[in-house]
Every structure is written in C-alpha cells, then in structure tokens.
Design a protein around this ligand. Structure first.
Ligand SMILES: Nc1ncnc2c1ncn2[C@@H]1O[C@H](COP(=O)(O)OP(=O)(O)O)[C@@H](O)[C@H]1O
Ligand SMILES: [Mg+2]
Length: 423
C-alpha cells in the first residue's frame, strides 16, 4: 500500500502535513483491494473496483471511526471497514474537518485543567506521539460546530489551534494546544499584591490585539472575561490566549442563535438590556467586556498603588504612576461607554496613550511633568476618595438569561464515559 498523488503535492504533504494546495485532488489512498479512497478538498470518495461507492462530506457532524488492532490500521464509514497502513496520514489530513470516534484509543487523560460553565478541560497525553494536549469535553450540542468553525478561522498568536474533535457517547472532545499557565482569574487570585499597571498594560495589549484580529474576521466572542483568558506560560503575560468560543458568533448574521448571552459584570449593556431577540448588535460588545476586565485589573493595580503609598514609595515614581493611572482610566471609560458607537474599536484602543506612556516618558517629558505637579505633591491627600477611579459598569444587569430564549451556557453534569475516571 502506498500514497499516490502528483509528486510535488506529496512532498509538500510530507513537509507541511496538511495543505490543500492542489485544485481538487489531494492524494489518493490505496486501500485493501478492491477499495480505493480519494481525498478531495471537501469530500472523501470511496471507490470499489474503480466504481464510486460512497462520498463522505468533510464537515460536522459527519464521523470517521478509526480501527485499532494494537495500532491504527484503518477506518470505517457507513459500517464498512477500510484497511490501510496510511491511516495516520489520512487522519492528519482530516483533522478538524469532521468528528473522529474513540478518543480513548488516541489519548490518555491525566488531570483536570479547568472547569467552565459548560465544559471540563482535561490534560491528555497522545498515545501515538507522547505529546500533551488539552481536551475540552462538552456535552453534545449543535452549537459546537460553530465554536469549531470560528476557532479554525482565527490565525493569530492570541488563539489556540484545534487539532481534532472526537465524538463520544454523550460528549464532544476538542483536542487543542495545551496552555500550561493559569487563567487570568486564577492568576489574580494567587497574586497577593495585585497586578501592576505595567502588567495590566501587557495583558490589555495582547488581549486587544487578539480582539482586533477577531473583529477583522467579523467574529465577536461575546464572553470576554478573565476565566477565558489563559496564559501559555505562567511567567509571561504576553503569551495569553483567548479561549472558549462557545458563545462566539459572526457579526454578519442577520439573527444570532443566542442573542442574549454573556457573563454578569462583563456583558455589554446593549446585550444585557436586549428585549427583541431579532435585534443584532456589533462587535463593540467585546470592547465593553475588555473594558470591564481592564477596570478589574486596575482595581488590583490601585490596591498595589495604595500599598506602595503606605510604604512611602519614591515620590517621582508615585507621580508617574498617578498620571498613568489617569490615562488608563480614561481609556477604560471610553471602552465602557454605554453607547456602542462611542466605544473605540480594538485598533483605536491599541493606539491609545495607555500603551505608550509608561514605556516612553522622555527625560524632557518627565521634567515638565514634575515641574507642573511639584506643588500638587505637597497637598496630595493619599487617602482621599477622589483618588479612586469612578467605577462604571454597574448598569450591567444580571438579568441576562431569559428562560424563553434558553441558553447554551449552563452548569451541566455530563458523562465523559470515554474517560471513566473523570466523570
Ligand atoms: N487549551 C487549554 N489549555 C489549558 N487550560 C485550558 C485550555 N482551554 C481552557 N482551559 C481552562 O479550562 C477552563 C474552561 O474552559 P472554557 O473553554 O472556558 O470552558 P467553558 O465553555 O465551560 O467556560 C478555562 O477557564 C481555562 O482555565
Ligand atoms: Mg469559559
């Protein structure tokens, strides 16, 4: 048995593994006689004695069942088993295009990495390559197809790549890149002294860069919040990834599946106050959520800032911090505008002074700044309530899940029967 296709395609396949470069035919796969499989862009065609027998569209919810006899030896479609010794290659080409069966043949679960409102995320080890991945286990629901489709469209360092998707008895398993850091909610909880403004700046810059990419692709996330932002490496804030596209949708749709969704405290007012389920809104809802998140971080930074004051920090540093704090609050207030049209786009946010100020105050700027504020330093009342930022966002209602619409996110108990010990 061997792979046959035009030589340049074959060599590229070997190098890059998955690449739809040819117009139509990618490769043909000689199965056990009398069968033959031809993989095209959107179909896997099976031939018997050169006659077309079956065409499997490469799309969800179609399923390929893999055959194991100690190792991967073949696959099954429509109750017919096709044996081939090139199944790993075939499987790689089909990754992320349709469902696979029997995750337990491919991965060993090791521990629970996280638990959200609709899913459980497990650390798994590949039985084939000894590599580690994250497996998001979700109760079966049709919204999953959109979550995968949207995730697959994003090609930016702020997002994880989906490797493959398995179907179990009651769950789907999305195998994706493993993030070994914490999510931002856990990070803040564990960080006793709070986040500094510089850390907030790094996080917000990386987050807004991801949001900018998403919005350019007409995708809105609709659930931006600290739990859905995970660090790839714990000690590097710029490695953050935006996860969880369970509520994401295309902004271009005339009607959204779950128009009223999100998380209290982060959901934009135009969504929280939505009364007509046919109303659409813009991707600016993510800017509001990012603003609410930034406000949360600034609250942490503020704690640290007052802590530093109590410990008598250098007055020059304090002044720079104070000015910086005002700049950051100005950006947050814009992002939290009740009217979505008044909110800046992600690109506009990234061009805000908040992202350049701290890095680059020139000595001349510092001189002017200190000259101007010298008098003020003598009269600053450190405990004055005016020093605290005015927190907006209290207009976000908690009434976000009307019963009549139903909603995807719910606390569910479901069986990941394929991984028995993690039920
Ligand atoms: N690729 C990943 N690697 C490591 N941990 C992850 C990964 N994806 C998600 N998590 C963790 O699992 C938690 C739940 O995942 P999420 O996709 O947000 O599920 P839900 O839809 O239930 O909210 C996240 O808050 C995060 O801590
Ligand atoms: Mg989540």
């Amino acid at each position: 048995m061997f792979l046959t296709c035009c030589p340049n395609v074959y060599s590229m396949l070997l190098k890059t593994q998955i690449n739809f470069i040819d117009n139509e035919i990618i490769l043909s796969l000689d199965l056990q006689p009398p069968y033959k499989a031809i993989l095209k862009k959107d179909f896997l065609h099976i031939y018997k004695e050169e006659e077309p027998l079956f065409s499997l569209p490469l799309s969800y919810p179609n399923l390929i069942s893999w055959q194991f006899k100690r190792d991967l030896v073949g696959f099954m479609i429509n109750n017919t088993t096709y044996f081939t010794d090139q199944t790993y290659k075939l499987k790689e080409l089909l990754n992320g295009k349709l469902f696979f069966s029997r995750i337990q043949d491919f991965y060993t679960p090791l521990q629970v990495l996280g638990q959200g409102s609709s899913a459980k995320v497990l650390l798994v080890k590949s039985k084939h390559s000894d590599q580690y991945f994250a497996a998001k286990c979700v109760e079966k629901n049709e919204l999953m197809y959109q979550e995968i489709e949207i995730n697959n469209e994003l090609d930016h360092h702020a997002f994880v790549k989906i490797k493959e998707v398995f179907q179990g008895d009651t769950s789907y398993y999305i195998i994706m890149d493993l993030l070994s850091g914490k999510n931002l909610q856990q990070l803040i909880k564990n960080q006793h002294v709070g986040l500094t403004l510089e850390q907030t700046q790094k996080i917000m810059h990386a987050l807004l860069s991801g949001i900018e990419h998403m919005h350019q692709k007409n995708i809105m996330h609709r659930d931006i919040k600290p739990e859905n932002i995970v660090l790839q490496k714990n000690n590097n804030l710029t490695t953050l990834k935006i996860v969880d596209f369970g509520l994401a949708t295309y902004t271009t749709l005339k009607k959204y599946k779950y128009p009223k969704c999100g998380t209290p405290g982060y959901v934009a007012p135009e969504i929280a106050n939505l009364t007509d389920k046919d109303t659409t809104y813009s991707s600016k809802c993510d800017i509001f959520s990012a603003g609410a998140e930034e406000m949360y971080f600034l609250e942490q930074a503020l704690t640290l800032y007052y802590h530093q004051i109590r410990n008598v920090i250098l007055i020059s540093r304090f002044l720079l911090q104070r000015k910086y704090h005002r700049i950051s609050q100005e950006l947050v207030q814009k992002m939290l505008s009740k009217d979505p049209k008044m909110r800046p786009t992600a690109t506009e946010c990234l061009n805000h002074e908040f992202f350049t100020y701290y890095d680059k105050p020139t000595s001349a700027q510092k001189k002017t700044f200190f000259a101007q504020t010298r008098a003020a330093t003598l009269t600053v009342d450190f405990s004055s309530p005016e020093e605290k930022p005015e927190y907006k966002g209290s207009f976000v209602t908690n009434d976000i899940v009307p019963q009549e619409y139903g909603m995807q996110k719910k606390n569910t108990k479901f069986n990941t029967t394929e991984f028995d010990q993690y039920n």
